[in-house]
Ligand binder design. Structure first.
Ligand SMILES: C[S@@+](CC[C@H](N)C(=O)[O-])C[C@H]1O[C@@H](n2cnc3c(N)ncnc32)[C@H](O)[C@@H]1O
Length: 399
């Protein structure tokens, strides 16, 4: 049945796409569209593509002529949405709907503003632009390259981050927790936070969000992957935070100086080996307060790899394009979390908190770390998969 394309779903301002790009789904909650879905009515409304509708999606792209009758951005959007659906592309890395992701990708490829008003949909696509759009869709649909790796960017809240294949695409639940929700657990509503660790920093996005939220804090951003740290370095520089965000290459806290080493060094007792990746200068004037000087953290935060290995093996192709090291938490998913909690004991200040995103591991965490009195923080989507442990319980507990 032939229907007209749907009416505008492209709302003009505030920025229509970006505001929807950063819902934080986790890999265990992927929104995967069905692999075989009927040809949509929109596609049938397009003269050229309707003739291609019976072909598998990859051959559609291969045969789509440059001079196709996809005339306007709207035509391309409708086409792209349909191709997304029929190819069963996995979503959830930068957007949870094909519409949002495809529109973002098209606008970025054209170099048009993401907050273009709705009239952009009626703009004609020139032949040279068609070639670019076609190539981008080919990479996304046929090669299954995640959109963020094509555009080399991802958004977390209002902040833009450089990303590429060396890092997980930012989509953490911490986006909704860092701006205010963790402060309640800290003395003076977080005003005295001077020292924070972001363990498993990847692109550095959470370390940077933390540095923005706690303007007097120094943030130690830790990752095992030198590749990821290279990306983090780009982001730390772009956000002008090299004085406050220090990058360390380390397996959790293994390579960091022991707590107190810095104070001793300052007091002339010898410098500690730091293993720093070298974007910042540790203790660059922002660190004050006894606990901070002792190298203890007010907060240790982490979005670690937490998928059980078997789940990683079965992830959709797009997610397998992300570094395995960023996703794979070992047999039960808890490898890094176990180590982190054990090492956090001696690094957290007595008033401090440890906050960990744990995906689908809530039950396993309760079973394994029952004595910690974990608090599960509420998240908008109801998954409540970020837990918080207070220093005193952590230090007293056996696990
Ligand atoms: C889920 S990603 C999180 C990245 C970033 N924090 C975010 O939220 O987008 C996990 C990161 O942990 C790092 N990682 C894996 N094992 C690690 C370990 N043993 N010690 C430190 N970092 C590790 C990976 O390289 C990856 O960058």
């Amino acid at each position: 049945m032939k229907k007209t394309p749907p009416k505008q779903r492209y709302s003009p301002a505030p920025p229509p796409v970006i505001s929807q790009l950063v819902t934080p789904p986790v890999t265990s909650q992927l929104v995967t569209l069905p692999a075989t879905s009927p040809v949509t009515s929109q596609l049938a409304a397009l003269p050229v593509t309707s003739q291609l509708a019976v072909l598998p999606v990859t051959s559609q792209l291969a045969t789509l002529p440059v001079t196709s009758q996809l005339v306007t951005l709207r035509d391309w959007l409708v086409f792209a949405e349909d191709v997304y659906e029929r190819a069963g592309l996995a979503l959830g890395q930068i957007a949870t709907s094909a519409h949002d992701e495809a529109l973002y990708l098209l606008l970025r490829t054209l170099g048009w503003p993401l907050d273009s008003d709705a009239s952009a949909l009626e703009r004609r696509i020139e032949p040279a632009q068609r070639i670019k759009l076609r190539e981008v869709l080919r990479r996304r649909v046929v090669e299954r390259v995640p959109a963020a790796y094509i555009t080399r960017e991802a958004f977390l809240g209002g902040n833009r981050y450089y990303v590429d294949e060396r890092v997980l695409i930012p989509r953490s639940y911490f986006l909704e927790l860092i701006p205010g929700r963790l402060d309640l657990w800290l003395p003076d509503g977080g005003k005295k936070v001077r020292r924070v660790a972001d363990v498993c920093t990847g692109s550095g996005c959470l370390a940077i969000e933390l540095a923005h939220h706690f303007p007097k804090a120094r943030v130690d951003a830790i990752d095992l992957s030198p590749d990821a740290l290279e990306v983090a370095k780009i982001n730390v520089r772009a956000h002008n935070l090299t004085r406050r965000v220090n990058l360390y290459r380390s397996d959790v806290f293994d390579a960091l100086p022991p707590p107190g080493a810095e104070a001793k060094a300052k007091a002339g007792m010898g410098a500690a080996e730091t293993g720093m990746a070298g974007t910042g200068t540790a203790g660059a004037g922002a660190v004050v307060g006894t606990e901070a000087e002792n190298g203890k953290y007010d907060m240790i935060l982490s979005n670690p790899p937490y998928e059980p290995s078997k789940i990683c093996d079965k992830l959709p192709e797009e997610f397998q394009k992300e570094p395995r090291l960023a996703l794979d938490g070992g047999k039960d998913g808890l490898d890094i979390i176990r180590k982190l909690l054990a090492q956090a004991r001696e690094r957290i200040a007595p008033h401090g908190i440890v906050v960990i995103e744990a995906g689908g591991l809530r039950r396993a965490m309760e079973r394994t770390f029952g004595g910690l009195g974990l608090h599960w923080l509420r998240t908008k989507d109801g998954s409540d998969c970020v837990c918080l442990a207070q220093a005193k319980r952590l230090q007293a507990a056996r696990f």
